[in-house]
Design a protein around this ligand. Structure first.
Ligand code: ADP
Ligand code: MG
Length: 345
């Protein structure tokens, strides 16, 4: 019997392969506006409105480390990362289910903490927890979250509609969550070497918060609405700017130039990167989990972007043949290849 290792295909190759095995088309096909390949699936519920459907799983030891992740924050982050996928479609999350795999080392008190984070996120973002599933696991915690959202059909932003000449924008700042993770990993290592040492986390709250308790950009969706601005494409930055921009470029069949001078990197992230001997722009390009929104707008909407409180222009859309390039501070153009997701490698 033939055996192919998962590593050989990688995450996206594997998804493509598995989904290509489906040869039958159901009668619901006409209702599906987007199946696989975006931040959420989209299906019509009326002539004007659609539901969004997205799910994500978090596994202990792969996506989170309980040595430095409070369960309350974990619950919050697990929920928020799914809400972020609904905002990336220019819609709003509404309903959530939570499936758990629990080993016998997990106590009721620990689960109360996890749920206080989940409920806190639901309350902050106007989402209802409506169900789930609870199972035993041999090892570690598994958290699977599914969210249903709502959107107006004409406003939905896919990954595949960016056009040459469009303007590339991003919200907030990038790279901070990655640097927060590096700080927590460093503290863990020091603690394991010498448990007597007190963690040195002074002045690091901002970066650590970006890693442990990220927010999704509901406010940005509200500002877009208030300005009657509909991006031509949008994705949330969960894997890193270069990897997530690559999804827009591949699916829209376009290229892009990012201006290094305009990529927003928080001053604390810049300082911390340099202390860690890392290049801040590399952290912004390849560090994930910022949950900011990366989107394109048509050039005639450029004026509106200046009215958005926390979004800025960072580049432009070019032809597919150009690929993705970084225009450095010195003016040179460097080709970028996505690093993105590599948990399976
Ligand atoms: P995101 O990072 O925005 O959550 P992913 O990269 O996880 O998106 O997924 C990309 C696309 O592949 C989504 O449309 C998702 O629903 C789909 N997908 C992921 N895993 C599977 C799977 N095992 N079977 C079918 N579709 C999948
Ligand atoms: Mg996403």
């Amino acid at each position: 019997m033939k055996r192919t290792e998962i590593n050989k295909l990688g995450e996206f190759g594997l998804i493509e392969h598995l989904t290509s095995l489906n040869k039958s088309k159901s009668s619901q096909q006409t209702q599906i506006l987007k199946g696989i390949g975006d931040d959420a699936a989209v299906y019509k519920i009326s002539d004007t409105h659609a539901h969004l459907l997205t799910s994500d799983a978090l596994l202990e030891g792969i996506h989170f480390d309980l040595m430095y992740t409070p369960l309350k924050h974990l619950g919050y982050k697990a929920a928020v990362s799914n809400f972020s996928d609904c905002y990336a479609m220019n819609g709003h999350p509404k309903y959530m289910t939570v499936s758990l795999g629990l080993s016998n080392k997990v106590s009721v008190e620990a689960l109360e903490e996890l749920y206080s984070g989940l409920y806190h996120a639901c309350h902050a973002y106007g989402v209802e927890l409506v169900g789930g599933d609870t199972n035993a696991s041999l090892q570690g915690i598994f958290i699977g979250i599914t969210v249903v959202g709502e959107a107006e059909i004409h406003k939905i932003t896919y990954r595949n509609n960016a056009k040459q000449g469009d303007i590339l924008c991003v919200t907030g700042n990038l790279g901070a969550a990655y640097l927060g993770l590096q700080i927590l990993e460093r503290e863990k290592k020091l603690y394991l070497e010498n448990p007597e040492i007190q963690p040195d986390l002074d002045h690091e709250e901002y970066l650590i918060k970006r890693q442990l308790k990220p927010e999704a950009r509901k406010d940005v969706i509200e500002h877009l609405h208030a300005l009657s601005l509909i991006p031509t494409s949008m994705i949330d930055v969960s894997d890193g700017l270069s990897s997530d921009l690559m999804h827009i470029c591949k699916q829209s069949k376009i290229g892009a130039i990012i201006y290094e001078s305009d990529v927003p990197i928080h001053i604390k992230a810049q300082h911390r990167a340099i202390k860690f001997n890392l290049d801040p722009i590399t952290c912004a390009l390849s560090g994930g989990e910022d949950y900011e929104l990366l989107f394109t707008i048509s050039p005639q909407d450029a004026e509106k972007i200046s009215k958005m409180p926390d979004a800025k222009i960072i580049g432009k859309i070019t032809y597919a043949e150009e690929g993705i390039k970084l225009q450095t501070l010195g003016g040179q153009l460097h080709k970028i290849t996505a690093q993105g997701w590599n948990h399976m490698q």
